[in-house]
Design a protein around this ligand. Structure first.
Ligand code: NAP
Length: 248
């Protein structure tokens, strides 16, 4: 059985939404959690909710779109609570627009934050995992990486890229005892989905066999499984958590 005691789990974008639920779940399992936010106020909030729930760990500031920021975080982790044995690449953004109207900036921002970040953060965590000959990497994708979605060509491209990255890395580092998987949520109740027009929400609900939005905790439960001993023989997979809205 896996003993999470003393193992560090890094969760990017843990200040709210899905990342917060994952950070709390891994903390409850006994991992020491490094949760990140883009601001000092956000990282302090993370430290507070860890303390409230008696979770071992701390909040850190991280901008996944900047290499220096990733380097700084890794240095402070290694000098402090230790190098991550579990990495959850969760931070992500949307900048929706129809392609004809999309600015290059909107394209680049999404690809840089959602996809290039996988390269930056994962590469920075790999050496210590390889040395330990144990690691768990979970990348948060999206159902639309498989289904596509009008107005989200940048976001869908980033998420499809994450899944290709996941499969490739799983083949590369499986022999070192490291698993790499993706979790693809459907329509989950968070800040990211809170401002959608009511008609769009209704339209989505009609396409979801379970007829409701998902909860962040329902995504966190799948991440928990993938990093637990129960998930030890799963690698290179994308696990869909979407109430049946996409059935391939
Ligand atoms: P959210 O509520 O908008 O939270 C986004 C998180 O990412 C926040 O913690 C935010 O930090 C962080 N973040 C944003 N830009 C960042 C950057 N440049 N560097 C580091 N952290 C950054 O999002 P969510 O709905 O929980 O989504 C989490 C993940 O699930 C994303 O990858 C998203 O694409 C994916 N997803 C969500 C849904 C859904 O329906 N909600 C569906 C499918 C996939 P701050 O608080 O500091 O801004």
């Amino acid at each position: 059985m896996l003993d999470p005691k003393g193992k560090v789990a890094l969760v990017t974008g843990a200040s709210r939404g899905i990342g917060k639920a994952i950070a709390l779940e891994l903390g409850r399992q006994g991992f020491t959690v490094a949760g990140t936010a883009t601001t000092d106020a956000g990282s302090e909030r993370i430290a507070r909710y860890f303390a409230e729930q008696e979770i071992s760990g701390d909040g850190f500031r991280l901008d996944v779109s900047a290499s220096e920021s990733v380097g700084d975080l890794m240095q402070s982790l290694q000098a402090g609570i230790g190098a991550p044995a579990v990495l959850v690449n969760n931070a992500g953004i949307t900048r929706d627009n129809l392609l004809l109207r999309m600015k290059e900036e909107e394209w680049n921002e999404v690809i840089n934050t959602n996809l290039n970040s996988m390269f930056r953060v994962t590469r920075a965590c790999l050496k210590p995992m390889t040395r330990a000959r144990w690691g768990r990497i979970v990348n948060i994708s999206s159902v639309v990486g498989s289904s596509g979605n009008p107005g989200q060509s940048n976001y869908c491209a980033s998420k499809a890229g994450i899944e290709g990255f996941t499969r490739s890395l799983a083949r590369e580092i499986g022999s070192r005892g490291i698993t790499v998987n993706a979790v693809a949520p459907g329509f989950i109740e968070t800040d990211m989905t809170s401002n959608l027009p009511e008609t769009q929400v209704q339209g989505m609900l009609n396409q979801i066999p379970l007829r409701r939005l998902g909860r962040a905790e329902e995504v966190a439960a799948v991440v928990r499984f993938l990093v637990s001993s129960g998930g030890a023989y799963i690698t290179g997979e994308t696990v869909h958590v979407n109430g049946g809205m996409y059935l391939a």
